[in-house]
Design a protein around this ligand. Sequence first.
Ligand SMILES: [Cu+2]
Length: 68
Amino acid sequence: MESTTIKISGMSCGGCVKSITGVLSALPGVTKAEVSLEQAQAIVDFDPARVARPNLVAAIEDAGFDAE
Ligand SMILES: [Cu+2]
C-alpha cells in the first residue's frame, strides 16, 4: 500500500470535494481518499499493483480540476 498527496486547484466548495472523493474512491486499487478544500489537496492510499499515481491525477483532471 502506498500513500500520496496530490495538489488540486479549482475546488471551490464541498460539492467539489465530494465529487473528487467519489471519482478517486471509484478507481480500482484506491482504498482511501481524503480530500481537503482548505489545503487544496487529496491524500490517497492506493495499491500500486492496481493503480498508479498518474491514473489518480488523470481522474481528477477528467473531473474538471487541475491536479499535480
Ligand atoms: Cu464546488
